[in-house]
Design a protein around this ligand. Structure first.
Ligand code: UDP
Ligand code: GLC
Ligand code: MN
Length: 350
């Protein structure tokens, strides 16, 4: 079907890894639809080449950022202003119908039947089920809708600072009008909600068709041991009760994606090993939620790393450091060395 496509988005090389695994999982389950990824100029040239291997279309768009730190802070996700870039998906009018999927989703079976649904079909958000979650939705590209969405964004803003708030404002009758537009939860199973309703997960989880790694810590931030084919248990988010989905993600990544990244020079030979080392450190360094007792914040960590490194380092903001880290450019021999971070955490945990 050339006029129907799955569409995802990646504004940097980290989310591109997620997009690649998603695209690969769609292919593995023999979709007959096209695969499209929207990227922004921040995605590296070599990563674009890899994306072209998995996706039929790699489309460059400009970044749309709400810069609405007030609302985004409520979600503790200051980085999500750029998710407004998702709105570009309505401009893909070469297609008559599309299914948008976040780059942090993974397909477990063929889901082409979603194209039988109408705009705007989506599953309930696990945090506020009267809103839909915008990680998976069926829509019809249209320049008119695209312009109306941009107009609403600039006139009224979004109540969460990201695309989900805006889309729920725009498609405001979703909750009450047409039950056919409510996708079953198995099309957007959030790994976090497994925790909040474990009996339902036990009863229905085996039917899951799409898993969504919603939240700040993404599969690519974990440590994976290729020998045991498992995600290192000491790097688990305690809210992820069943790590099987993370393992599936990593299995596809190491089998289908890593060789491509190596071939196109996105990943150097030593990188994998270093990244494996960085997984736990990343988790601890950038997520307070994992370390409730210690509440290690970026700022505290940054300060302490400064204290521990004898020669004064050029100042790198916490955000910048995180960005570099996510792109595999951590200062492993200096401020971000494992010993430094471990020493710091030991101090806090005491
Ligand atoms: N995204 C991106 N770059 C970013 C943040 C988000 O490309 O810096 C895209 C990506 O497709 C991602 C989606 O926007 O899956 C929504 O963000 P995220 O999945 O992090 O939000 P969550 O589902 O965790 O609320
Ligand atoms: C949500 C969605 C995500 C969206 C973000 C910002 O949690 O899962 O797709 O981009 O909020 O609105
Ligand atoms: Mn997501």
């Amino acid at each position: 079907m050339t006029d129907q496509s799955f569409v995802t988005l990646s504004t940097n090389d980290s989310y591109a890894r997620g997009a690649l695994v998603l695209g690969s999982s769609l292919k593995q389950h023999r979709t007959t639809k096209r695969l499209t990824v929207l990227i922004t100029p921040q995605v590296s040239e070599s990563m674009r080449k890899v994306l072209e291997k998995i996706f039929d279309e790699v489309i460059l768009v400009d970044i749309l950022d709400s810069r609405d730190s007030a609302h985004l802070t409520l979600m503790k996700r200051p980085e999500l202003g750029v998710t407004l870039t998702k709105l570009h998906c309505w401009s893909l009018i070469q297609y008559s119908k599309c299914v948008f999927m976040d780059a942090d989703t993974l397909v477990l079976t063929n889901i082409d039947e979603l194209f039988e649904r109408e705009e705007l079909s989506a599953a309930p958000d696990p945090g506020w089920p009267d809103c839909f979650n915008s990680g998976v939705f069926v829509y019809r590209p249209s320049i008119e809708t695209y312009n109306q969405l941009l107009h609403m964004a600039s006139e009224q803003g979004s109540f969460d600072g990201g695309d989900q708030g805006l889309l729920n404002m725009f498609f405001s009758s979703w909750a009450t009008t047409d039950i056919k537009k409510h996708l079953p939860f198995i099309y957007n199973l959030s790994s976090i909600s497994i925790y909040s309703y474990l009996p339902a997960f036990k009863a229905f989880g085996a039917n899951a068709k799409v898993v969504h790694f919603l939240g700040r810590i993404k599969p690519w931030n974990y440590t994976y041991d290729p020998k045991t084919k498992s995600v290192r248990s000491d790097s688990h988010d305690p809210t992820v009760i069943d790590p099987q989905f993370l393992t599936m993600w990593w299995d596809i990544f190491t089998t289908n994606i890593l060789p491509l990244l190596q071939h196109f020079g996105v990943v150097k030979d030593t990188f994998t090993a270093l990244h494996a080392l960085s997984g736990l450190a990343y988790t601890l360094a950038f997520s307070c939620g994992f370390c409730r007792k210690a509440e290690v914040t970026d700022a505290m960590l940054h300060m302490s790393i400064g204290d521990l490194s004898p020669p004064p380092q050029p100042f790198v903001s916490s955000e910048e450091r995180k960005e570099r880290w996510e792109q595999g450019q951590a200062d492993y021999m200096g401020a971000d060395s494992f010993d430094n971070i471990k020493r710091k955490l030991d101090t806090y945990l005491q």
